[in-house]
Design a protein around this ligand. Structure first.
Ligand code: AGP
Length: 368
């Protein structure tokens, strides 16, 4: 298989820019856009209505996909979710009730810890499902049902288009689970499917902030530490932003739940500390913005990722606002990953690192 960078300097940039198409492609597998319904093609060896629990396990960026999906499954399918990084889960050996569903998320399908977690769950009498990009992988082979993410080969070590494809598929599965369990009605399903269908063009619009993000990244490249804050489903987006920055720019970064700030990390805040706040308008935005004001009051340099409504409600004290289009809050975490990817990418380019092959990292971690 021959994959080239097209007009891009790095595979990572190409993969970031492919996302309007890759998300569309994933959607066309999971959603009947005309009927405004989710249509799962895979034969399910379980019934969503009968499940008492969903257990998800993954590593790195795939784990953050699970962390966003936890909100969706709990909220829209009223399904209790257990989520853990696979390297912890496999040795925790939690007791599991037979007949539960275990879902493993892995771009490569070869991550050693995720595979070990899968084998543990299979041994506990769980239905085993996986969400992978590589269908001919060990994780796919050992799963009772395999959900594809269909984003095409991802070459950059830093995962980008695989994450948004994983999220798109997980969002569709959450809708399917919600319908089967009777926790959402047909009208809500149609509303959520319309929200998903609107994503590719919103992603294209979000990508247009590149010039502004390049300027911000130039300043970020001089920082020693960067803090990312988010609340609710934006918390995993904040952690993903921090992971991406660490991986490719080698700048220390932390993703924190906005409400946890005053329990410790606010002590770090001073004029030298950029704080990236991921807060598109939703029912929690006011709370996040008030956490942000606490940072601003201590001289922290704030970079706010929000939509037009969020931008209107913030007062002074924000150094930069990266505006993303307003979308349904259901899909907002997918859209909000775009600016955090671009921030990491451009900061790494300014640092002059090997963006596609960062030091010490492998694309797929097949040994423990
Ligand atoms: C993401 O940018 C990483 N390089 C890494 O965290 C990755 O997501 C993780 O190793 C999981 O890989 P997988 O999806 O192939 O299982």
């Amino acid at each position: 298989l021959l994959v080239d960078k097209g007009n891009h300097r790095h595979f990572m940039a190409k993969e970031i820019y492919e996302q309007p198409e890759t998300i569309s492609h994933t959607l066309s597998h999971y959603v009947d856009m005309g009927a405004e319904k989710v249509a799962i093609r895979e034969t399910l060896p379980f019934n969503f209505a009968d499940l008492t629990r969903l257990t998800m396990s993954a590593c790195g960026t795939a784990f953050y996909a699970g962390a966003v999906a936890k909100y969706w499954f709990e909220r829209y399918a009223r399904l209790p979710v257990d989520l853990d990084v696979a390297s912890e889960f496999r040795y925790r050996e939690p007791p599991m009730q037979k007949g539960g569903l275990s879902l493993f998320i892995s771009q490569s399908g070869e991550t050693a810890d995720t595979l070990a977690a899968l084998r543990y769950c299979a041994g506990q009498g769980q239905h085993v499902a996986s969400l992978v990009n590589t269908l001919e992988s060990t994780i796919a082979r050992e799963s009772g049902v395999v959900f594809p993410i269909l984003c095409g080969p991802e070459i950059g070590v830093a995962s980008t288009k695989a994450l948004t494809a994983q999220l798109t598929a997980l969002a569709s599965l959450a809708i399917a689970a919600g319908r089967a369990r009777g926790s959402i009605d047909e009208a809500t399903e149609a509303e959520l499917v319309r929200a998903l269908t609107a994503l590719p063009s919103a992603v294209s619009e979000a990508l247009a902030a590149e010039d502004q993000i390049r300027d911000i990244s130039k300043r970020l490249s001089k920082a020693k530490d960067v803090l990312y804050l988010g609340r609710g489903p934006m918390f995993p987006v904040a952690m993903e932003g921090a992971l991406k920055l660490k991986e490719i720019s080698y700048i220390h970064a932390e993703g924190y739940a906005a409400g946890e700030l005053k329990h410790g990390p606010i002590a770090l805040v001073d004029e030298a500390m950029p704080v990236i706040v991921v807060a598109p308008s939703d029912e929690l935005v006011d709370k996040t913005l008030s956490n942000m004001q606490e940072v601003a009051a201590r001289g922290g340099k704030i970079i706010l990722v929000t939509d037009a409504e969020g931008a209107r409600t913030v007062g002074h004290g924000v150094a930069d606002i990266i505006e993303i289009p307003h979308v349904h809050s259901f899909v907002a975490p997918i859209l909000a990953t775009i600016p955090v990817q671009l921030i990491a990418y451009h900061t790494a380019v300014f640092m002059g690192t090997d963006v596609d092959q960062p030091r010490n990292l492998a694309k797929s971690v097949t040994v423990e």
